[in-house]
Ligand binder design. Sequence first.
Ligand code: SAH
Ligand code: SF4
Ligand code: F3S
Length: 435
Amino acid sequence: MQLQPSRNLYVETYGCQMNVGDTEIVVSILQREGYVPTETLDNADVVLLNTCSIRDNAEQRIWGRLVELRRYRRRKRGMLVGVIGCMAERLKEELLQGEDAVDVVAGPDSYRDLPRLLAQGGGANTLLSSEETYAEILPVRKEGVGAYISIMRGCDNYCSYCVVPYTRGRERSRDPHTILREARELFDRGYREVTLLGQNVNSYKPDFPDLLRSVAEISPLLRVRFATSHPKDLSDKLIETIAEVPNICRSIHLPAQSGSTRMLERMNRKYTREHYLEIVDKIRKKLPDASISTDLIAGFSGETKEEHEETLSLMREVGFDSAYMFKYSERPGTLASRQMPDDIPDPVKTARLSEIIALQNELSAASNAKDVGKTFEILVEGVSKRSDAQLYGRTSQNKVVVFDRGGVRVGDYATVKVTGSSSATLKGVLRKNVQ
Ligand code: SAH
Ligand code: SF4
Ligand code: F3S
């Protein structure tokens, strides 16, 4: 602790779940130094934006926010503003210059240095590490039903369109003992679901299925999820482990990116359309009730109309339960930006993306309609946004079910029968309180 009055810390988090987890680590590091987390900007002495660089619009949003913060700072002398996360790593120099310059810049591997940077009133550290996993730092989490646990950092895959290997550095796995200890503590504190996070969890070392099983063995009442799996590394052992352990959720996020083998090759994804479909077949055989979700990119360099249609046909063939869908955004420094022209006109990208989204809406609606009449065990997560009289929970397949309150509370498991559906959610009625 430093001998100075307590300083209020406000963090805004953008980007993926990894950033959500990192914010919890940053808060933990700074809390130990006497900073007090606050929920509003109004009484903040330090404001940190934990940022994302995955697409240009993610960065534009941050630049816009920095303009707002500049105006705000004029009225609040002494407030420090910092940018951390992926954009800090990518744009260190630019963030420190010009009208909207920030005081502190810290990349994803230099969060232990934040107390020093803040104490000296500013500075930058964007060194990437091949070892840092923040393994022993206990993240500061809000109370809740579910929590994220980062099990690895970085990425070595170098998909040609992707900035992550440059902003997050080399892939490294966190010591399994610290992961298990953290999961056990979360369960003891009342959490009922943990999601193991990494850019490509199935390349976790020494072995991802073993880790998954050990976490699930903490208690049958602890649900375990994971994200993201790369199709090239999805092993039979992983599918078998899920099949054998009931509290590993029946939901696999398997980003396809494209349905065209030529596009996949240009994207450096290291699998073909056929290989992807074979994996899906295996999942369907061994885990017939599992949901499969995906990520898709529209309008990558050189994508022809036919290749775009292959993405649509892959979607139909698999029948994805849900998807995250994006327009290709060229990222400086990536292989694609150096060697593959961003040559699909924006209106064409937009039209292709709209087709993909419209099709996915149909597929999601069809997938949800199939659940009507079935009974699911759900974990109750909260009060419905629409009505206080309703709660919502999630099925093992990661679908949201909304139902009228009965005797159940948030954090309980409950059995619901699905009575209705839309493309976004399921409606259900409570059967009995499982426990
Ligand atoms: N590690 C994960 C993905 C992390 S990024 C994986 O490999 O599956 C999340 C998603 O953003 C990617 O799956 C991809 O669909 C999308 N994405 C990444 N870079 C992009 C870019 N330059 N333009 C558009 N979408 C992109
Ligand atoms: Fe990016 Fe590919 Fe790594 Fe995912 S696996 S983070 S898409 S480089
Ligand atoms: Fe995540 Fe965005 Fe970085 S998706 S890893 S915060 S570039």
